[in-house]
Design a protein around this ligand. Structure first.
Ligand SMILES: *Cc1c(COP(=O)(O)O)cnc(C)c1O
Length: 818
């Protein structure tokens, strides 16, 4: 077992305090993911947006006793954490990498390292499916391929593994050598080269060269020699290779690929023999990924029939973890594509980060691919489940059932998915957050289906990783002590308020703001504990507002008086004073101050938490002078507020556009809105944000019409030639603006734009798909990465805010993490 004092030599650090030895079992890099304090070693990492050292005290209080900290942290730490072992290193992330590299070097087994622009995760997952009959495999969970993810992946290796499969992803020069030292691959796979992360490199060539560094010491490199840049760079290095190609002689030469239904027939020549195999996919990317895997299987001399048998069982890999509403106010986290220990730990972290509501439930299948003896494996599973606070376990599968006793009284067990579904009654589940986590063979999608509410074909997909990216982008613009309020009014700009609020709470924003009391109440009922400001509180809702500990915006004497009348003078309440500096919507002006402060002095139970104003033209440079005037006026008025109150309040003025345009006026807090949802309102830094919402629907029917015929109401869509049109399942009642009618709007379908033809109807509309291969059931994107909100809003003379908030309540919101 690894002891704390060995870490100094391994990481080139120095032990500044040693109290006693603890096992080093869990490497912790995110304080929020602590589940087992004993045995955890925390690396305080300084990142672009955050600093792990800020969480030392909290982790120490939670029982963590092994800390890795960086230079520059004061001696004081010894006194602050008297019972902790403390290791001082030059750079915590590098120390983590060195420790993982040391761990890797303890195992003398083959390790496959995979890199390339696309397909890394799929090839890794498929190879591990394909090789699992012969090997005990340790692999990267999900897409853990970064400077942080790779060491955590490699740390899983244990005595029982016979093969490692790890992926490596980079975004700039210098990164790959570090990953190579951690993975120490003996076999390489270079999937392909494309545009991903081009911005980090001076040329494609440089990127290829950098990626190739992973394979410096491999015994064999698999790659497709049709990627010319890759091929030339590999040739120049004299590596031992296994090539495959569709166009030139190679170790494996693909002579034909033809699609037949949902399959692809591959004809190839290997070792002088012509053979034929079937791949259960047809899309280009899947075929390429499968061919990489085929090369590995052939090289391992597996019999052809066995290869075919294993290929037949390949399943698509869900790259993301979806969260969706389910029956009886339950909430589902759908993670049904594999079930290994590392993946389980990640999914449990996500479950633990959700508010408790009616409890946390886990539906779990037998755990596969662990490389551990069964007894030990289920001890660890039980430990994880308990450490993450799961209250109810539904175990499915014979092995899990055999170890039921390890889970105490929380578990109910079933032999098979079928046995569970037979006894499933919706009434057994209420208001719970349910993680559904099962290996592919258990077909847990049937369970997800049983839990799901009816889905209407149109969905708004919300990318939670993109939200976090955007949040961090704005955070990086703030001074360290500037607070952040995030606007989640209007269902979080249409994207679903509770889910977004929950994510913001997890990422520690300081305040939320909603428009109405009912929105705030709903957040509270979903377990949101952050302070919440309500911008349009109506007097008849004040009792509720106080009951739910919401904080009103107060913009007039009348509204303040109504608030005072809503409760006895002994009940304390926090308010936010809105000052009108030129927007002329709501707010006090200096003329109101005398009366305002008389009332406030008479009512000391009212505490002014903040004073704020709103800029009328922050999005346009044209109005900069006016904005600056507003800001100057605000500073003056806010100073008077503090002077007359006799205490400090939080002062804030900037919305999303203001944060970008007037960084020197952040004051104590900013109010982030549209930027979080992926629209940079000034337009100048749009590239830095990621799109968050994608509105999708499906094709209901495709038909051919003749020249001169018309489409839809009022016969507005006139076919000027023979046409193919597709009817799609979205209309103005879903929030799809009628102004998009007759060619003004376009949708994205099968990788191309298709213009609207005719008028938008209430529940559907028609698009022109002439010359395209479109059929009923195909997916259609209304807005998303390919058709931006900014472009679409421009076409109908409105703003992205309106398109986002118009998406009607009947459109289901689906949240996912990558
Ligand atoms: C909506 C709102 C914001 C956020 O504005 P964005 O332009 O979306 O960033 C800030 N402050 C107030 C008072 C708001 O009503």
């Amino acid at each position: 077992m690894l002891l704390f004092q060995q870490l100094a030599a391994i990481t080139e650090g120095s032990v500044v305090q040693f109290v006693q030895d603890h096992p080093v079992v869990h490497l912790l890099t995110d304080s929020r993911k602590l589940s087992q304090p004993v045995g955890s070693l925390f690396f305080a990492i300084r990142g672009k947006y955050n600093d792990g050292h800020k969480y030392l005290a909290q982790l120490y209080a939670q029982g963590v006793r092994q800390l890795v900290v960086e230079q520059g942290e004061p001696e004081a730490q010894k006194a602050l954490y008297p019972e902790a072992n403390i290791l001082l290193v030059h750079n915590s992330l590098e120390a983590l990498q060195k420790l993982a590299a040391w761990h890797r070097s303890q195992f003398h087994i083959p390790v496959i390292g995979i890199t390339g622009s696309n397909g890394k995760t799929i090839v890794k997952e498929w190879l591990s499916q394909l090789l699992s009959p012969d090997e005990q495999i340790a692999k990267s969970p999900r897409s853990y391929n970064s400077q942080l993810g790779v060491p955590l992946s490699v740390w899983q290796l244990n005595q029982n593994h016979t093969l490692g499969i790890f992926e490596a992803g980079i975004s700039q020069p210098g990164e790959m050598e570090k990953l190579r030292q951690v993975i120490q691959p003996t076999i390489g796979i270079f999937t392909n080269i494309g545009s991903a992360h081009d911005e980090g490199f001076t040329s494609r060539q440089q990127k290829v060269e950098e990626k190739l560094k992973l394979f410096k010491e491999v015994e064999l490199l698999f790659y497709c020699s049709d990627h010319t840049l890759v091929h030339e760079a590999v040739q120049a290095r004299n590596l031992h290779t296994f090539t495959w190609s569709r166009t030139q002689p190679a170790d494996l030469t693909i002579t034909a690929t033809t699609t037949a239904g949902h399959k692809t027939i591959v004809v190839y020549t290997y070792q002088g023999q012509k053979q034929r195999l079937v791949i259960p996919f047809t899309d280009e990317a899947s075929v390429e990924n499968a061919l990489h895997c085929l090369a590995v299987l052939l090289y391992r001399n597996l019999p052809l029939a066995e290869i075919q048998d294993r290929l037949d069982k390949l399943q698509p890999v869900a790259m993301r973890l979806e969260m969706k509403e389910a029956i009886n106010d339950c909430y589902l986290i759908d993670d049904t594509y594999n079930n290994d220990l590392a993946g389980l730990a990640i999914a449990l972290d996500l479950l633990a980060s959700q508010p408790k509501r009616g409890g946390h439930t886990l539906i779990l299948s037998d755990v596969l691919e662990s490389g551990l003896p069964e007894e030990k494996l289920y001890e660890q599973v039980a430990g994880l489940v308990q450490a993450h606070g799961v209250e109810r376990l539904i175990g499915i599968g014979k092995t899990l059932q055999a170890h039921a006793a390890k889970f105490g009284s929380m578990g109910t067990f079933y032999q098979s998915t079928y046995a569970f579904l037979e006894q499933f009654r919706p009434g057994q589940f209420h208001n719970e957050v349910i993680l559904v986590k099962g290996a592919r063979v258990f077909e847990f999608e049937k369970i997800v289906h049983a839990f799901q509410q009816k889905v209407h074909g149109t969905v708004l997909e919300v990318n939670l990783d993109a939200l976090v990216h955007n949040l961090n982008y704005y955070r990086s613009k703030l001074a360290p002590d500037t607070k952040m309020m995030v606007m989640v009014k209007a269902l979080a700009y249409g994207s679903g308020s509770f889910e977004v609020a929950n994510l913001l709470q997890f990422h520690r924003v300081d305040y939320l703001a909603v428009a109405y009391v009912d929105e705030g109440v709903s957040l509270r009922e979903h377990g949101i504990t952050l302070p919440i400001m309500v911008m349009n509180p109506s007097p008849d809702s004040f009792v509720k507002l106080r009951h739910y500990n919401l904080e009103p915006e107060i913009y007039s004497l009348e509204i303040l008086q109504a608030l005072l009348d809503s409760a006895p003078a002994t009940d304390p309440v926090k308010i936010h004073l809105k000052l009108d500096t030129g927007m002329h919507r709501l707010g006090f002006t200096a003329a109101d101050f005398d009366a305002l402060f008389i009332l406030l002095h008479q009512n000391p139970q009212v505490q002014v938490a903040s004073a704020f104003t709103h800029l009328a033209g922050a999005d346009e440079a044209l109005h900069n002078d006016f904005s600056l005037l507003q800001l100057a006026t605000f500073r003056k008025l806010a100073a008077q507020v503090e002077e007359r109150l006799g205490y400090k309040v939080i002062k804030h003025a900037l919305n999303s556009a203001g944060i970008v345009r007037f960084p020197e006026h952040q004051l104590d807090m900013v109010r982030l809105g549209i930027g979080l949802y992926g629209v940079e309102a000034t337009g100048s830094e749009q590239e830095a944000l990621r799109p968050v919402s994608t509105l999708k629907t499906t094709v209901s029917q495709v038909k051919s019409i003749k020249q001169g015929e018309t489409v839809g109401y009022s016969r507005k869509g006139i076919a000027d030639t023979d046409k193919t049109i597709a009817t799609i399942a979205i209309g103005y009642a879903d929030g799809y603006d009628r102004r998009f009618s007759n060619g003004v709007g376009e949708v994205w379908i099968k990788g191309r734009r298709a213009p609207l033809i005719g008028n938008v109807c209430m529940d559907m509309c028609m698009v022109d798909v002439t010359g395209m291969d479109v059929k009923a059931g195909d997916e259609v994107t209304i807005f998303g990465p390919q058709l931006t909100l900014v472009e679409l809003a421009g076409r109908i003379g409105t703003i992205p805010y309106e398109l986002l908030t118009n998406v009607s309540a009947r459109v289901k919101r689906v949240f996912f993490a990558e």
